[in-house]
Design a protein around this ligand. Structure first.
Ligand code: HSE
Length: 298
């Protein structure tokens, strides 16, 4: 018995919601095949696309699968095939897609004994291997879809948020790699109270904006005064990209997860495509290699 799954890319943080908010990019993602075997244990039998370790304990998909397998102790084993499309270190949840895919596939083959929150919990073990931190803001939207808010990680509590219709994302991916662990290491441990107040006001109003499809409020809330000032130095021409995106009519522009990808939210496809062209123009002039992508969020 086997199952072929699509494991989506995701945008974490969504400007103001570091480690808490995320949304799913339903049309970019990895493919995986999970196969139930008589022979017990977890085995990674195929990896295509990128050079990643086959050892189960060193592979994020393997680590999350093993954590779930050791708890459930099923009377079978599993083989994992990974067709990696999301470039590791691109900032759109590459490790989360792998970590989520293996547990999601195994759960389906076993008749869905676990709910989505339990799956996210196991997937966090794999994510921790990649980023040295157990956060779930990429995993939750990969497993639940749409927008999600991680209310807490211990115990894991995930809240599904609504997506206003006609909300589009434009993504630009400069072809450099940033390791999440390194991009976390440069962050200060403490933040000034005044910035904290601005940030939690933005998170609250963004969530309200999503619930009420209030695009003006969404636009007002998509600001990050805590993380972006530290991380933007890792991303080529970030300020320039952001000002061009906003001039082109975007609702907001911020670093996707730990970067280097940058995401822009827009109301409607026309604006999202205008933004895409504006971003392409910025990078074309600088000589940075890049890819762009536009999609409705749903
Ligand atoms: N919230 C995480 C971070 C997402 O920004 O470090 C990246 O995995």
């Amino acid at each position: 018995k086997e199952i072929k799954i699509f494991s989506p890319a995701t945008v974490a943080n969504v400007a103001c919601g570091f480690d808490v908010l995320g949304f799913c990019l339903a049309t970019i993602g990895d493919e995986m095949i999970i196969r139930q075997t008589d022979k017990k244990g977890i085995k990674i039998v195929k990896i295509e696309g990128y050079d990643l370790p086959f050892e189960v304990e060193k592979n994020v998909a393997g680590v999350s699968a093993l954590a779930m397998y050791n708890d459930l102790k099923p009377d079978c084993g599993f083989e994992i095939e990974i067709y990696k499309k999301i470039k590791p270190g691109s900032g759109i949840g590459s490790s989360s897609a792998s970590a989520a895919g293996s547990v999601f596939g195994m759960n389906s083959l076993l008749g869905n004994p676990l709910n989505k929150t339990q799956l996210t919990n196991y997937a966090m073990k794999g994510e921790a291997l990649a980023s040295q931190s157990e956060h779930a803001d990429n995993l939750a939207p990969a497993i639940f879809g749409g927008f999600t808010l991680v209310k807490s990680t211990h115990p894991l509590q995930i809240i599904e948020l609504p997506t206003p219709s006609g909300l589009y994302v434009t993504l630009i991916h400069p072809q450099i790699e940033i390791k999440t662990s390194e991009s976390r290491a440069i962050l200060p441990k403490d933040i000034p109270l005044k910035n904290a107040i601005t940030q939690w006001a933005n998170v609250g109003s963004l969530v309200h904006g999503l619930h009420t499809s209030n695009y003006d409020l969404i636009k007002d809330s998509l600001n990050d005064v805590v993380i972006e000032p530290h991380r933007k130095q890792l991303i080529p021409h970030f300020d320039n990209i952001k000002s061009h995106a906003m001039e082109a009519g975007a609702l907001g522009c911020a670093i996707s997860g730990s970067g280097p990808s940058i995401f822009v939210l827009s109301k409607g496809e026309v604006v999202a495509k205008t933004v895409e062209q504006a971003l392409r123009n910025v990078y074309s002039e600088t000589g940075v290699a890049f890819e762009t992508y536009v999609s409705e969020i749903n």
